[in-house]
Write a protein that binds this ligand. Structure first.
Ligand SMILES: Cc1cc2nc3c(=O)[nH]c(=O)nc-3n(C[C@H](O)[C@H](O)[C@H](O)COP(=O)(O)O)c2cc1C
Length: 355
C-alpha cells in the first residue's frame, strides 16, 4: 500500500504523513532534522504553536518561532489565542512570512492557554471559534487549517459539530488529536471519532495520536479513511520514522540507520542549531536530542553523563563517536544492537561496575 497524498487548497501533502506541532520541540532546526532523516516521506511539517499576542506585538521569541528554512517547505505555522481580530492579524503576519498555510490551535490543554479562552478552550465556545475562523479566512489567501481534540471531556465530544463550523467558515483541513482536553495525554487516542469525521467531511481530516510504527499508520488509514496521519512523539525519539513507515508500507525493509549515520544526522542538526539559535541556546537543545537518541545503546548512562558535563556541542559529538567506537557499534543499526544486547555481548558499562 502506498500512502495517499491529498491537497489542502493549492498545497499538495504528499505523502499524507505529517509532523505534528509540538511546543518546545518542532522548531525550525528540529523540522529540518526530520526532513534530513525522512526526506520526501514527510508530507508537511507543522511549527510549534505561537501566541497571536506575541506575533502581533512583534515579540522576538514569537517571531523566531515563526521562522523557517526553505528546505522545510511545505510548512504550516500554528498560532493560538482567542481574539478574532488578533488571530486574523497574526494569520496575515504568517502569510507575509511566506509559509504555505496557517493552522489554528484548538487543542492545547495548558491551563494558562485555556483560561484565556484559547487552545482547547475554543471547543467550549464554538460561536467564538466560528467568528475567529470567519475573520481569519477572510484576512488571508493562504489556506487556514484547524487542529482540535475530540472534545473538552467525554461528556462533550463535539468534534462533529466543530467540523461543521470549520467547513462552513472556509477553513481547509481539520486535524484531530483523538483525546479530550481533560484526558491530556492519558489513555489511548480514540480513532473511531476520527473515522466518523472522515466519512462526513468535505475537507481533509488528519488523525493524530499514538502512531509509532508503520503498522499503526496503516491501521489508522484503513480504519478511518482519513486523508493524513500526524506523528508527534514518535518523531521526537526517531526522526527517521516517516521514512521507515513509507518503506514498510511500500513493501521494503524499513531503513534502520547505523550509529555512524545517526551521528552524521546529529552533526547536521548541530549545524542547524548553531545557524538558528544564539550560541548559548544550541548546546542545551543538542543535549536534549542526544539524550533521546542514545536511549538503549550500551553504556547509555555513561555517555549521557559525559555529554551533560560539557557545554561544547563539538565535544559532545566527539565523546559520542568515541563511545560508539569503544563499543563497536558505529556500523551497527538498532536491530543489530538489540540482538547483541540480548546475547549479552557488550562489555558491562563502567557505571554498572561502579554500582
Ligand atoms: C511536547 C508536546 C508538545 C505539543 N505541542 C503542541 C502544539 O504546540 N500544538 C498542537 O496542536 N499540539 C501539540 N501537541 C499535541 C501533538 O501535536 C499531538 O496531537 C499529540 O502529541 C498526539 O500525537 P502523538 O501520539 O503522535 O504524539 C504537543 C504534544 C507534545 C507531546
Amino acid at each position: 500500500m502506498s500512502i495517499p497524498a491529498f491537497d489542502i487548497g493549492p498545497v499538495r501533502v504528499d505523502p499524507g504523513l505529517l509532523l505534528a506541532p509540538m511546543s518546545g520541540v518542532t522548531d525550525s532546526p528540529f523540522r529540518r532534522l526530520v526532513k534530513r532523516c525522512s526526506g520526501d516521506s514527510v508530507g508537511l511539517l507543522v511549527s510549534e504553536f505561537i501566541s497571536i499576542e506575541g506575533l502581533t506585538r512583534k515579540i522576538m521569541r514569537s517571531q523566531i518561532r515563526m521562522m523557517f528554512h526553505p528546505e522545510e517547505r511545505p510548512v504550516s505555522i500554528q498560532i493560538f489565542g482567542s481574539d478574532a481580530d488578533l488571530m486574523a492579524e497574526a494569520a496575515k503576519i504568517v502569510e507575509d512570512s511566506g509559509a504555505e498555510m496557517v493552522d489554528i490551535n484548538c487543542g492545547c490543554p495548558a491551563p494558562k492557554v485555556v483560561k484565556r479562552g484559547g487552545g482547547a478552550g475554543l471547543l467550549q465556545n464554538l460561536p467564538r471559534l466560528e467568528n475567529i475562523l470567519e475573520k481569519t479566512v477572510s484576512a488571508v489567501s493562504i489556506p487556514v487549517t484547524v487542529k482540535i481534540r475530540n472534545g473538552w471531556c467525554s461528556e462533550s465530544l463535539n468534534a462533529m459539530e466543530t467540523l461543521k463550523i470549520v467547513e462552513g467558515s472556509g477553513a481547509q483541513s481539520l486535524a484531530v488529536h483523538g483525546r479530550t482536553r481533560i484526558q491530556l495525554y492519558r489513555g489511548e487516542a480514540d480513532w473511531n471519532i476520527i473515522g466518523e469525521l472522515a466519512s462526513e467531511a468535505s475537507i481533509p481530516i488528519i488523525g493524530s495520536g499514538d502512531v509509532l510504527t508503520a503498522a499503526d499508520a496503516r491501521g489508522r488509514f484503513e480504519q478511518t479513511g482519513c486523508s493524513g496521519v500526524m506523528i508527534g512523539r514518535g518523531a521526537i525519539t526517531n526522526p527517521w520514522i516517516f521514512r521507515q513507515i513509507v518503506d514498510e508500507m511500500e513493501g521494503r525493509e524499513a531503513f534502520d540507520p547505523t550509529w555512524r549515520e545517526k551521528i552524521d544526522a546529529i552533526e547536521a542538526y548541530r549545524g542547524m542549531l548553531l545557524d538558528f539559535y544564539p550560541e548559548k541556546v544550541a548546546p542545551g537543545r543538542l543535549k536534549m536530542m542526544l539524550s533521546r537518541l542514545i536511549k538503549g545503546i550500551p553504556g547509555a548512562a555513561d555517555i549521557r553523563r559525559d555529554c551533560m558535563r560539557t557545554h561544547d556541542p563539538f565535544e559532545m559529538l566527539e565523546l559520542l563517536t568515541a563511545h560508539c567506537d569503544r563499543f563497536g557499534i558505529l556500523d551497527m543499526d538498532s536491530a543489530g544492537i538489540t540482538e547483541r544486547l540480548r546475547r549479552r555481548e557488550f562489555p558491562v558499562p563502567s557505571s554498572a561496575q561502579a554500582a
